[in-house]
Design a protein around this ligand. Sequence first.
Ligand SMILES: Nc1nc2c(c(=O)[nH]1)N[C@H]1C(S)=C(S)[C@@H](COP(=O)(O)O)O[C@H]1N2
Ligand SMILES: [Mo]
Length: 429
Amino acid sequence: MSRSPLPHDDEAAYDRDRAARFLDGAARADGVSRRALLGLLAAAPTALLTGTDRAAAAPAGPAAGLATVVKPLPPEHYRVLGTNAETRWEALRGSGFTTPNSHFFVRNHTATPLIDPSAWRLRVWGSGLRGAPSPENAVVFGLRELRRLPAVERAVLVECAGNGRGFYAWQQGQEVSGTDWGLGAIGLARWRGVRLADVLHRAGVTSRAVDVMPRGLDAPVTSGGVELGRVRRPLPLAKALDDVLLAYEMNGEPLPPDHGGPVRVVVPSWVGISSVKWVGDIEVSDTALHSPWNTELYRLFGPRHPEGGSAPLTRQTVKSAFELARDIEVRAGRTHRLHGRSWSGLGTVRSVEVSTDGGARWQRAPLRDSPRRDAWVRWELPWRPARRGPVDLLARATDSAGRTQPAESVHNTQGYLFDAVVRHRVQVV
Ligand SMILES: Nc1nc2c(c(=O)[nH]1)N[C@H]1C(S)=C(S)[C@@H](COP(=O)(O)O)O[C@H]1N2
Ligand SMILES: [Mo]
């Protein structure tokens, strides 16, 4: 696997090109009009809910589940949000580098489909291939064929672009649409599978190919009466050939149904929506491709962004989280160990500072892992609170791109890419 990141220049050029095409009206979202989508987004529910409201709405008891998710979602591991479930950070406290499959967050636009692995097929087709212009004459791969290709395994984060969205409302008092995630819409797994590049080369990708669009086999998405079709989102060919995987195993197990089994796409360092689950076909095109997930969704809109919206989101931002429940009681006059993790889609984490007095003083947190691309670093430090009362714990990471988490995130209407330092309130008793 190529270790060199896609040059930022390529990505920047891609972003500029996409923004220009979108503003020119060249971008379509497969029959969904821009006006219809904007109307739909305006009507979407807002995230102005408190953590307590959501906790009260979550099912209780060890058998708690969700019709849209197959695996059990015990409330001590998960916070359920609509068709989705986020990992509770306190459930990761002191755990290993990777997120166990039993704790890994689930983001489903509709519901987990159950797919027979032996009947599963991947169809690769499009104008960017030699001799497979349409789905009818696609190059077809079964799981057996994929398993015969060279296998690769990488520890890679998958993080929702909306991870931390709830803090736009809770911490910044701003209205945003979408699932009000805390910081648990992220997980790190060892993904085993094949390079997308190997599959594309076998399928006959030509030098004219520009974009690659994987599409899921889950049910088409309808939102506010508008039919968006199946989940799909294009990738530029340069990224598709660089470090993207087609994964069939997660942490040593066959890929579980909720995480895209039998096969999903894993796109390191990019927003989670790129990592299409239950992939059934991949279009390879000699022209730019568009879907609702790179035109109206997963772009930044609002007064502080370009008129008509930003370029489609690609890389994730820098964030930190404590492995601690919010509002938990801790004893004064005792030494506690604070555990947490920091990560960035823009590079590796270089340093983490922690404040235990609401941001007045900061100290370096020793890192427990050597910083790696596409992964988080765990950190840990002792804390001995002297006085009783509420305290805000803060963690602030700086990455190798030189970006430090800001005090405030730049608002966007859909609440993506929250990167500000989170004030983690605890009660010293
Ligand atoms: N086919 C399909 N792929 C999908 C989705 C989906 O709903 N359907 N959700 C996307 C989003 S928004 C995210 S954040 C990740 C979540 O992956 P996970 O559920 O394995 O954690 O999958 C992405 N891939
Ligand atoms: Mo997502």
